[in-house]
Write a protein that binds this ligand. Structure first.
Ligand SMILES: [Fe+2]
Length: 330
């Protein structure tokens, strides 16, 4: 009996592993859920905010098509006053088409649509390019011994990269530029207020300002200078693609931060949590959700995002976020 079990165990393990991998690849990625919050905040009581992040649009494929279809169906049911988009519209330039389809589907938001750019709006982080470059480095060597040595170096580099990914260090690798100029043009042509180290008061509500900073990895964020343009008496909602900026001392005067970039970790393992958050200051348990324990009593919403960078999600489906501000005693 024991012999029979040990004989079948590797096979069963292999099947279970393949099934898990298949689920992580195609089980959750085509979904789209709406996560809702009711947050006490007297200055904005009554306001409904739709928060979108990390769309990662690329060329047309069935997962993106499914997700876009569900996104549009959900958007038709929502009536936000404000729409906030915290970057990574693009995964690569081919995603400009889907970005335009999304912009056409946004509900009317009487107080405006505001956005910041994310690191992927500037560049493609391509594993394919990474492996191609590694292969080229090895092939360029003239002798077998040198090829072997180069292979060892490249494998070591890959190991250090994997370690940095696990430790949530800031990553930049195999960068192919995206057409950020075309994206800016597309967004502004649909009336989106793109905040690149800028702040604006809400129309008819000079007491509430929306500030947005450039991306922390690929852009040039100027948090202090941006917040300095907001009148001292005004309340501030801050948009930053990278949640690490929420831990800067300057955000102490911000009422609420909206952020993304983490994709919720994409893979959330039972007992271990988010595998990779891409946030060096951000605690691993803050991979997604609402947090009110930032330094200086700060509050932040981090979205799981609507797309992903590596094609896997496990216990972390794509999401849109709807926030309704209420009076503190409700
Ligand atoms: Fe992203």
């Amino acid at each position: 009996m024991i012999h029979r079990v040990t004989r079948w165990f590797p096979f069963c393990l292999g099947v279970a592993g393949a099934a898990l991998l298949a689920y992580a690849w195609g089980g959750e990625r085509p979904r789209m859920r709406l996560r809702t919050y009711r947050l006490p905040w007297a200055p904005g009581a009554g306001l409904k905010v739709l928060h979108l992040s990390d769309l990662h649009y690329s060329r047309d494929h069935w997962i993106q098509r499914q997700r876009l279809r569900k996104t549009r169906a959900l958007l038709r049911t929502l009536q936000p006053h404000i729409i906030l988009i915290t970057g990574d519209f693009l995964h690569d330039d081919a995603g400009l088409v889907a970005t335009e389809q999304l912009l056409q589907s946004l509900p009317r938001a009487p107080l405006g649509v505001y956005a910041v750019l994310g690191n992927h709006d500037y560049a493609v982080y391509s594993y394919r390019e990474l492996f191609r470059n590694m292969g080229e480095q090895v092939r360029a060597q003239t002798s077998f011994q040198r090829k072997l040595s180069a292979l060892g170096q490249e494998v070591g580099r890959l190991g250090r990269l994997a370690w940095d990914i696990y430790r949530n260090q800031r990553l930049r690798f195999a960068v192919v530029p995206n057409n950020t100029r075309e994206l800016r043009h597309l967004l502004t042509s649909y009336g989106v207020v793109l905040l690149e180290n800028q702040a604006r008061p809400l129309p008819g509500r000079p007491d509430i300002w929306i500030a947005g900073v450039d991306d922390w990895v690929e852009g040039q964020p100027q948090l202090e200078a941006t917040l300095a343009t907001v009148p001292p008496s005004a309340h501030v909602i801050l948009l930053t693609h990278h949640p690490d900026l929420a831990y800067a001392p300057a955000t102490a005067r911000v009422d609420l931060v909206f952020s993304g970039h983490t994709h919720g970790g994409q893979v959330v393992l039972p007992g271990l949590g988010a595998v990779h958050t891409q946030g060096t200051r951000l605690p691993r348990e803050h991979a997604a959700g609402y947090f009110d324990d930032l330094p200086g009593q700060g509050r932040m919403i981090v979205s799981c995002g609507m797309g992903e960078s590596t094609p896997f999600r496990f216990r972390c489906p794509p999401e849109m976020v709807m926030v309704e501000f209420v009076m503190p005693w409700f």
